[in-house]
Design a protein around this ligand. Structure first.
Ligand code: OAD
Length: 224
């Protein structure tokens, strides 16, 4: 890859949009027709566990109907061409791994995992959580007000990389939106690839606008 040998990538919902998974901040402000706080907060779960479990059961089943798109595959190829690569994703789907990416940090958790509400045990899970388990096993998703996962690993990756790519995120949710600052202060070139400008676009060295399935493969080709 010549110029860059250590790449850190941050992805958000926009990279999976063309695979058929809705982004969070669509025009109506709802996530799959639900108020985000209702289905993505500990309070929402305490209030309506059945609704929350049914919501994530549906999201988990949806994974079976979607496929990675060219942006996911292009990142997997990029990973295979450099000596160090970290893929930090805010997405809870499994499209990066299904495209072949290896070193993935799911900072907001994973739809394919559930967590025991008393012991904290986490396990891979397929299918639908049954009514009897609604209060015992919760989705292993980081909800609003909860700590994100892998902060230490991500901070190290962002501070060591020579190229930082930010793909398909509105950059409205922290700490993810702040990782670029770590990378930039450590001397990395920082590039944003998104459908539209974000509040942080001016902070990036470059912004490439357009659908991820086209912009990401094109950009990665330009690096070769
Ligand atoms: P958002 O829904 O906030 O932002 C998605 C971004 O992707 C927007 O800037 C869109 O313009 C862009 N976009 C949409 N379609 C695209 C496409 N085809 N190609 C490229 N870009 C496209 O999603 P996130 O930034 O990922 O957290 O949201 C961050 C977090 O907020 C989520 O992880 C979620 C939510 O609260 C949790 O659930 C814990």
């Amino acid at each position: 890859m010549g110029k860059y040998q250590n790449i850190c990538v941050l992805t958000g919902a926009g990279i999976s949009a063309e695979s058929g998974i809705k982004t969070f901040r669509d025009a109506n402000g709802l996530w799959e027709n639900h108020d985000i706080m209702e289905v993505a907060s500990p309070e929402g779960y305490a209030d309506k566990p059945a609704l929350v479990q049914r919501f994530y059961n549906a999201r988990r089943m949806q994974l079976k109907e979607v496929e990675p798109n060219p942006a996911h595959y292009a990142l997997a190829k990029l990973e295979s061409m450099v000596s160090e690569f970290a893929l930090v994703t805010q997405n809870v789907d499994d499209l990066h791994e299904r495209a072949g990416c290896k070193n993935i940090f799911h900072m907001h958790g994973e739809l394919r995992k559930i967590r025991h509400t008393k012991t904290g045990e986490v396990k891979y899970f397929e299918g639908e959580v049954s009514k009897e388990d609604y209060l015992l096993w919760r989705p292993d998703i980081v909800w609003f007000g909860e700590n994100v996962k892998y902060m230490e690993e991500i901070q190290i990756a962002a501070s060591k990389c020579d190229l930082f790519l930010c793909i398909g995120t509105s950059n409205q949710v922290y700490p993810a939106a702040g990782f670029v600052q770590i990378a930039k202060e450590s001397g990395a070139r920082c590039i944003e690839l998104n459908m539209e400008s974000t509040a942080l676009s001016a902070y990036y060295d470059e912004s490439h606008l357009g659908p991820a399935s086209a912009v990401v493969p094109d950009f990665i080709k330009s690096l070769l």
